[in-house]
Every structure is written in structure tokens, then in C-alpha cells.
Ligand binder design. Sequence first.
Ligand SMILES: Nc1nc2c(c(=O)[nH]1)N[C@@H](CN(C=O)c1ccc(C(=O)N[C@@H](CCC(=O)O)C(=O)O)cc1)CN2
Ligand SMILES: NCC(=O)N[C@@H]1O[C@H](COP(=O)([O-])[O-])[C@@H](O)[C@H]1O
Length: 190
Amino acid sequence: MILGFLASHGGSAARFLTEACRDGRLSAVPVALASNNSGSAALAWAREAGLKAAHLSGAKYPDPDALDAAIVAFLQEAGVDTLVLSGYMKALGPRVLSAYAGRLVNIHPSLLPRHGGRGMYGDRVHEAVLASGDTESGATVHLVTAGIDEGPVLAQVRVPVLPGDTLATLKARVQGAEGELLLQALRSLA
Ligand SMILES: Nc1nc2c(c(=O)[nH]1)N[C@@H](CN(C=O)c1ccc(C(=O)N[C@@H](CCC(=O)O)C(=O)O)cc1)CN2
Ligand SMILES: NCC(=O)N[C@@H]1O[C@H](COP(=O)([O-])[O-])[C@@H](O)[C@H]1O
């Protein structure tokens, strides 16, 4: 399994999975990361970690189809056969979806289908969970398809929402469970 990542900000999933590959917990090789943010911590980390790294965004490619093609070209040039969205905040186009059909996963910080879809990402998800009064939340790893957060679920983990939880405490509990869930999901694709 040759792993590639798309990230917009910190790239926490990419960092976790790369460490897991390098310490033998996942039989895979991380090789490339692209970000739509040129100043993202994920890009800086990827360069330091020795991954092929690229800034690929609408700013560089105003034509969405050209950006879609550039992402595929970058990943295929690196030999990527499995793509992980590591907090990637943009909708993927048909070329990426087709090139990695069945081998393209996303991790979302809620129990999909609850609190998912366009506009639901990052802290907004946890805020929605807290506002809803749900007594549990969690994370979901799913295959990525054309509809936002609508693909088949590969794995889910539940965590409690505790009385007095804040955005920070709930986010930390959910994110603390994401890494192992990703390992479980990727092993199912091996
Ligand atoms: N074709 C698909 N693309 C993406 C999927 C998917 O299932 N199919 N998953 C998303 C998931 N995601 C984060 O991982 C995500 C969900 C929603 C949004 C969103 O609403 N973005 C805003 C713009 C936000 C910004 O520019 O900061 C929007 O599109 O209006 C982003 C990410 C990833 N892609
Ligand atoms: N809809 C997707 C989404 O909200 N993804 C979430 O972004 C965080 C990673 O951000 P980071 O790695 O940039 O810190 C993760 O918690 C992930 O579940």
C-alpha cells in the first residue's frame, strides 16, 4: 500500500499514519502529500518528513478541472495507490474520485450520517454535536464519493459526550480516537 495524503491545515492523520508505517503498525509506505494551503503546517511537516510535497489549489489552478487533473498527476507520479484525506477542506473532483475509486478514504469527526455534509468540517462538527444535545459522538472513516460525506462507511468509533464538555474537550476525545480508527480502516483495504 503506497499512501498519499491531501490536507488543508495540520495534517494530523498524515502524521499519525506516517509514524504508524515507520514503526511497523501499518504495512504501507507514505510517499506524498498535497495541500491547498501553501502555508499549511501539513506541507511543512511533509517536506521535513521526506514526503513529496506540493501546493495544489484553486489559486494555482483557477479551472477546477485543471486542479483535479493536477492532483491526480502529482499522486500518480509519486506512485500513490491509496489516498487519505487528512482534514482536506475542499470537494474532490471526478478525476481524483475515478483514479482512486475504492482506495480513497476520509475521516470525519462525527458519527455519520449525523453532522456531516457540505459546511460540516472541523470545529463546526463538534459545535453541532454539542448544540444537538447528543450524548455520544465519535469518528467515521468512509470511502470518498461524489457526494460530500456520503460514501460507504468503513469504520466508526463512538465516544461519550460528557456533561460540561466544551468544544476543546469533545474535540480532543474524538481526535484521540481517530488514529486507531484509520489503522483499522486501512488494514481492511490492504
Ligand atoms: N467529492 C468529495 N469531496 C470531499 C469529500 C467527499 O466525501 N466527497 N469529503 C470532504 C470532507 N470534508 C473534510 O474532510 C469536508 C466537508 C465539507 C467541506 C466544506 O463544506 N467546504 C467548504 C469550504 C471550506 C473552506 O474552504 O475552508 C465548501 O466547500 O463550501 C470541506 C471538507 C472532503 N472532500
Ligand atoms: N469533514 C472533515 C473534517 O472535519 N476532518 C477533521 O479535521 C481534523 C483534522 O484536522 P487537522 O489534521 O488539519 O488538524 C480531524 O479531526 C478530522 O476528523
